[in-house]
Design a binder for this molecule. Structure first.
Ligand code: FES
Length: 68
């Protein structure tokens, strides 16, 4: 998933992906453009709950670890 891609590329974002994809944090919050956002399946309820806690939430926000 997208989290692995980001971590594999050693993108240096402090604390990014802190829960390693278990939907227990919101450190992997990413903001997509609307074209990309539309191509993704709807977030599950757990992802939405975590997104609500994310800093700077936008209508096209997702958690990167949940994006395949
Ligand atoms: Fe924690 Fe994505 S890495 S929710």
């Amino acid at each position: 998933n997208m989290l692995d891609v980001i971590l594999d590329n050693k993108i240096d974002i402090d604390g990014f992906g802190a829960c390693e994809g278990t939907l227990a944090c919101s450190t992997c919050h990413v903001i997509l453009d609307s074209e990309n956002y539309k191509t993704l399946p709807e977030p599950v309820e757990e992802e939405n709950d975590m997104l609500d806690l994310a800093f700077g939430l936008t209508p096209t926000s997702r958690l990167a670890c949940q994006i395949i």
